[in-house]
Write a protein that binds this ligand. Structure first.
Ligand code: ZN
Length: 665
């Protein structure tokens, strides 16, 4: 027995190893969230975002596209290949919301869209508006670029979510028919195409379809797509030749772009288009979990390590460059102009959730939480009406999110919609499914991954356990879990201690306990009785975070973080020239909570700092150093995800650190 396995005198707590038990996500319907941080976001999503996104899909022609008519006049936008995926994702978002908050009007609206989709299905089962109406001769001729299977994946996810929310099978049956047809076209058998999609997504969707229907052929097809990826001869080469193109002239240059440069088990670095990468890794983790394939899980672990140790922004944002909407090289973590698509951070959330179910390890939940409170919801305006596609960590007037000069008076801001509209319905479906991030269960285990005011009924130890969280997380450090089993029984509660937290305190029924902390989870095995209370206190001082020395863009800078929330400076609070602000070594941070408006209850961070006096500059661009004096000033930092919701202007996450902060060694 090692020292940290020694039992605390509070003998009710027993350390056990959770071992390699595979956990499953608690069903969305079983977790109820009203009020609190996420209750508010979910309500805005439900009341504002879902209706306006439906309207956008309608007005842009995405929904009417399923009528399979080339419209004259009534269709303001050019028919685009990924349109079907936007509708699939919106249906999924609506379904996930219906699962926790039934709404007859919304359900009727979704039913109407599903009726249209069902009528668009071709006699052979095929279902894609673009390739049915606009380019019928080009069906399955360019999997590399044309998102055909990707669209099928999102429609499938929508169908599964709607079936699970409402019990209605119509859309599910439509998608089963389509996928059955896809299964005749693709695969290793003679006469089949040995293809797979350039934009991964169908793999994870097929595993969802398998779980919803128990049909092993859907899992087999997912496994085929994963295993075939990157094999030689390379399918995208053969396909390009069949189109009469030179495969060497791929516009994205390398198959790293779509993660088909190597078979997936040989990939060791996250490469290429970041959203594609995340969806592939989700599919790999799903197939690994469903088949018990350790080699696939090992590949996921290697990719994870590279990603989170060398290629992830502090917000959980992924993919620094617009050029490939994706990864460049290790430690390239630019701030201004960083691309960091909302969908990529959402994909990271989805992948992390799968990894923590495969092996209970807080590193996955820590990253999930980082993305959740920072780089995903930054893409969502507080009023739920507009969205970011890219989420840079610094912004300057005049420059767009890609750090390109656009116009003198331009301010990077959220948009109501996009021509390629993947991000808006993606953030809507992530917010709607937030309750499913909180818990996972196994036969005799209940893992608590995340904290939110909530109420859940979960199947553990052969009975239904009711568990209530009372908390104002992420703003407040205290969380009370109240447990109401049907009957007394012994089982294990694994409570996550966030990696950002130092000095967490845990009590069971008011008595301090020091359980074994195994990979970031406090393991509490005991006989749980009705009304047992677990109190967790996670101290949240303001931390100054620094980046690895190889992260050149952050050298000499610090980011402010409180709890899981990363902060930023905005011009509306601090004036312009944010890069001129110097944070002293040990500033006395003060926390102010707003009384009303968007900052009601939200802690803002203030500190005394200094900067040069701009009024001393008389128009010269350069002058000898030492002639300007520093002047004292106060700064106010707000949560990064809230930026861009007030007056437009500069924004900055990584603040310059004053000299002489560190002792030389
Ligand atoms: Zn997107």
């Amino acid at each position: 027995m090692t020292t940290n396995e020694i039992q605390h005198p509070a003998r009710v707590v027993e350390a056990i190893h959770m071992g390699n038990i595979s956990l499953v996500t608690a069903p969305l319907k079983q977790v109820r969230i009203d009020g609190g941080f996420w209750g508010r976001l979910m309500e805005v999503n439900r009341r504002v975002t879902l209706p306006i996104q439906y309207q956008q899909c309608k007005e842009t022609g995405r929904i009417d596209a399923f009528k399979l008519e080339r419209q004259s006049g009534g269709q303001p936008n050019e028919w685009c290949i990924p349109w079907d995926s936007d509708v699939g994702k919106w249906i999924e978002a609506a379904a996930l919301s219906l699962a926790t908050h039934p709404d007859a009007e919304l359900e009727q609206c979704v039913d109407g869209v599903i009726d249209l989709i069902a009528k668009a299905q071709q006699p052979d089962g095929y279902l894609n508006t673009y390739f049915t109406v606009v380019a019928p001769a080009k069906r399955w001729t360019n999997l590399r670029d044309w998102h055909e299977l990707y669209c099928a994946g999102h429609l499938t996810e929508g169908a599964v979510a709607y079936f699970e929310a409402t019990g209605k099978r119509k859309f599910l049956d439509v998608m089963c028919r389509y996928v059955d047809y896809i299964g005749t076209v693709f695969g290793p058998r003679p006469g089949q195409k040995r293809g797979y999609c350039g934009h991964e997504e169908i793999e994870l969707a097929l595993v969802k379809l398998y779980r919803a229907t128990n049909e092993p052929r859907y899992l087999d097809l997912a496994k085929y797509f994963i295993d075939e990826r990157g094999q030689q001869p390379h399918y995208f080469d053969l396909e390009a030749q069949a189109r009469g193109e030179d495969p060497g002239k791929f516009w994205a240059v390398t198959y790293q772009y779509n993660q088909s440069h190597l078979p997936v088990r040989e990939q060791r670095e996250a490469t290429g288009h970041a959203v594609r990468a995340m969806y592939l890794y989700c599919g790999m983790a799903d197939v690994a979990a469903a088949t018990g394939d350790e080699t696939l899980l090992a590949a996921c672990r290697r990719l994870w390590i590279n990603l989170v140790h060398k290629q992830m922004h502090i917000t959980g944002g992924l993919g620094p460059t617009h050029a490939n909407e994706g990864f460049t090289q290790d430690y390239d973590l630019p701030n201004e102009g960083a691309y960091l698509e909302t969908c990529a951070a959402i994909g990271l959330v989805f992948w992390a959730q799968r990894m923590v179910n495969a092996e209970l390890d807080g590193q996955y939940s820590d990253v999930l939480e980082r993305a959740l409170y920072n780089g995903t919801i930054s893409g969502f305006a507080l009023d739920g009406k507009s969205f970011f596609y890219g989420n840079p960590l610094a912004a300057q007037p005049g420059f767009d999110g890609k750090a390109r000069f656009v116009a003198k008076n331009y301010h990077y801001r959220r948009s109501e919609w996009f021509g390629c509209a993947c991000c808006p319905p993606n953030i809507a479906r992530m917010i709607a499914q937030f309750p499913s991030f909180l818990y996972s269960t196994a036969a005799n285990e209940l893992a608590v991954h995340h904290y939110s005011q909530s109420q859940a009924q979960l199947a553990v130890a052969g009975q239904t356990i009711s568990i209530t969280q009372t908390t104002d997380y992420p703003w407040d450090e205290k969380i009370v879990l109240t447990i109401q089993p049907e009957r007394a029984a012994t089982w294990t509660l694994a409570v996550r201690i966030p990696g950002w937290c130092r000095g967490a305190k845990l009590q069971v029924n008011g008595e301090a306990v020091e359980p074994l902390i195994k990979k970031g989870y406090a393991i509490l095995k005991r006989e749980w009785l009705a009304g047992d209370r677990v109190t967790l206190v996670l101290p949240m001082p303001v931390e100054q975070i620094e980046a690895h020395p190889s992260a050149r863009q952050d050298c000499g800078r610090v980011a402010l973080q409180r709890g899981p929330v990363v902060y930023c400076l905005e011009a509306v609070d601090n004036g312009g020239n944010l890069n001129d602000i110097l944070l002293p070594a040990n500033p006395a941070f003060t926390i102010q909570r707003g009384k009303s408006g968007i900052f009601a209850g939200v802690p803002r961070i203030s500190a005394k700092t200094h900067r040069r006096n701009v009024s001393e500059w008389k128009g010269e661009l350069y002058r000898p150093q030492g002639s300007s004096r520093q002047m004292a000033c106060n700064i106010t930092a707000i949560p990064y995800f809230m930026w861009g919701n007030r007056a437009p202007g500069e924004m900055l996450v990584w603040i310059r650190a004053a000299e002489a902060r560190r002792h030389l060694v």
